[in-house]
Structure formats: C-alpha cells, structure tokens
Design a protein around this ligand. Structure first.
Ligand SMILES: [Zn+2]
Length: 351
C-alpha cells in the first residue's frame, strides 16, 4: 500500500503546498484528498510523475510513516524570515537523516554522547564548564565538527536553498543532533555549531522557544569559540581591523564575531568597534576576510570509506533506504565523491 505520509514527505522536500503538489502532478486536489483519506488509490501515472519530479524511487512510497524532528525541541534562529515551506523541507531532511542514522547505528557503534546539562549558570560559564569537562580548557578549537563528533553529536549538513536557515539541533532519544547549513562560510558555520551546542546543553529540558533562548545560545557560542581569558591574553588593545583579520584564524571565527567579542571585553574603543562593524557590514557577510577552508565530518567519512571497502557505495546505501543518492550526499557534507568515487572496489577490474 502506498503510504500517504510518504507522499506528504516528498511534498515537503519539494517545498510545495498541497495545492502546488496537485498542480505539479497535473491532478485535481480532490484526487489527492481522496487518496489521503483512504477513499481511493493514487492513479499510477500520478505516482510515476511524482517519482520523476522528486527523484525518489517508487519503493520509498511504500515505507512506514516517517518520523520528523520534534518541532518543540528544534530551534530556528531566523524563524521569522524562514518560510513555512523551507522549514518543512529542512525538517523532512532531518527525518531522512534519522533513517540513515538508524541504518548506520545498526551496523556501527558510534560514540555515546558526553554532553552535560548546564541549566542554571550564565551561558559563558556553561561554555567554560563544558570545555573543562571535555578537557580542552581555554584552547582554540581546530575543527568544530570533529570536536562535536568526538563527543557523540551526530552532525549532518543541510544543502537547502535558503540562507535564512542557519542550523538546528535536537535531542532524539538520548542522542544529540546538529544540522548545519553548508551554504554559509566556514566561520559562520562553526559559530552556528557552537550556538546549537548551547541549545543542546542549556535548553534540553526547558525548550528553546523561551524569550532569552537565542541570546543565551549566542553568548554560549561566543564564549565557547573565544574564551575571554584567551582573548585577553592575545589582545592588549586593538587598533586596526587588520589586527583582527590576521588573528581571527586562531579561533576560527568571523572577523565580525571577533570584533564583537573584543569590544565586549573592553579591548577596543567604541569608535573603532563601530567603524569595523560598518566596514564588515559593507563588505557583506558572505565575503569573509582571510577565509578558512570548509570543515567536514570525520565520522561519516570513516563510515562511508569502510562501507566502500566492503563494496557498499553510497549509491547502494541509497537504494537500500529507497532514497535518492543526492539526498543522502547533501546530508553528509557531499563527501561521497571524496570516498573512492562512484564505483565500489569490487566493481574494479585490474588487468
Ligand atoms: Zn538558536
């Protein structure tokens, strides 16, 4: 039996309304309604068209009901500017990540998380407390994604066509998840990851929809990426924007974030802080000076490499899960192409 919930899933991934889906499938809305309420089957031509349109194989529509991220436990930073369609598409990507994660978890033992709940101190104190627990003191963080993965966070990428979506995070059972928008600069993506980490450790029980949650997560992120004592040791007094541009790599943050942080600890004049702020705003957020190379997932790279050695390519995994390979690759930082290319070693014939 075709599962109406799976059709609805693909509608979300395509970013369509119900009326929009009916029109894309060239059927009357009532045809879909009768199918949704179990009164009639979906015409075969309609199913074929849905497969063509979405790239999803027909088997996908026979799977069980998808499990979406629980919206109550999910925080969207730019929720106001994010359309419902983009939000639904990003949530459906999360549901897909769960199916992939469950499949992987049945085969591999991934690290159990070592996040602590810090709910009753200031965000900056919570950030330093977690750093101490993780044994990284006040040292700069080389690779943020790898740090999170080493502590048992599942990190996935979102290749959604919207810049309004920064990232989101949630707890599922006892597993922490972070989804990052890969359209952003590495510096902003690292800060987003730290922001989501803040939600995971500070707002697990209270939820992240309360009025201060966003400010708290941002303050956590700033202290986590740039511990104030380390900043103070590195900057006596900031005189020029160039100093910030040269030194930003130590913490792997945007110059804008560094400018803000040194102002907060009183190591730059108000005048210079505002001048830098305006110069950076004028250049645009996408034009990060002295940019860093992108980060990627070590966990997914290792697992895909191991599967590949067994002759299981991502394309094979996609077939087993009945989803398009591109959908998985988009969730996995596009690393499939870096892992042995398209063909499995078993398919190679060396003469
Ligand atoms: Zn947030």
């Amino acid at each position: 039996m075709l599962n109406p919930e799976r059709i609805d899933f693909v509608r979300r991934r395509l970013g369509l309304t119900k009326i929009g889906l009916a029109s894309s499938l060239e059927v009357d809305r009532k045809v879909l309604q009768r199918f949704e309420t179990g009164k009639a089957d979906l015409p075969a031509a309609c199913v074929r068209r849905l497969c063509d349109l979405s790239g999803y194989p027909v088997e996908f529509f026979y799977k069980g009901t998808p499990v979406y991220p629980n919206p109550a436990g999910v925080s969207f930073r730019s929720l106001k500017s994010l359309t419902a369609a983009s939000r639904d598409a990003a949530m459906a990507a999360g549901a897909l990540a769960f199916e992939f994660d469950d499949w992987i978890s049945a085969k591999y033992d991934l690290p159990i998380h070592s996040l602590v709940q810090v709910e009753s101190s200031t965000p900056a104190a919570a950030a330093l407390y977690l750093r101490a627990k993780w044994g990284i003191g006040e040292r700069p963080i080389g690779n943020m994604i790898n740090l999170l993965e080493a502590h048992g966070v599942r990190v996935f990428s979102l290749a959604e066509e919207t810049r309004h979506l920064d990232a989101y995070s949630l707890w599922r059972d006892d597993k922490p998840y972070i989804f990052l928008n890969t359209l952003k600069t590495t510096e902003r993506s690292r800060m987003d990851a730290a922001h989501e980490l803040g939600h995971l450790v500070m707002h697990r029980h209270t939820g992240s929809s309360h009025i201060n949650a966003e400010d708290e997560a941002q303050a956590f992120a700033s202290a986590f990426m740039m511990p104030p004592n380390d900043l103070k040791a590195e900057f006596q007094w900031v005189r020029s924007l160039n100093e910030l541009i040269e030194k930003k790599r130590r913490w792997g943050v945007s110059v804008a974030a560094l400018n803000y942080a040194v102002h907060k600890i009183g190591r730059i004049s108000d005048w210079n802080y505002r001048g830098n702020y305006m110069a950076l705003a004028k250049a645009g957020r996408e034009n990060e000076p002295n940019p860093m190379p992108p980060e990627t997932s070590q966990v997914w790279t290792k697992i895909l490499t191991d599967l590949w050695r067994q002759g299981i390519t991502l394309s094979r995994v996609a077939k087993l899960l009945s989803v398009p390979e591109k959908e998985l690759n988009d969730l996995l930082f596009g690393i499939a192409s870096a892992v042995g290319g398209k063909s499995a070693p078993g398919a190679l014939r060396v003469v």
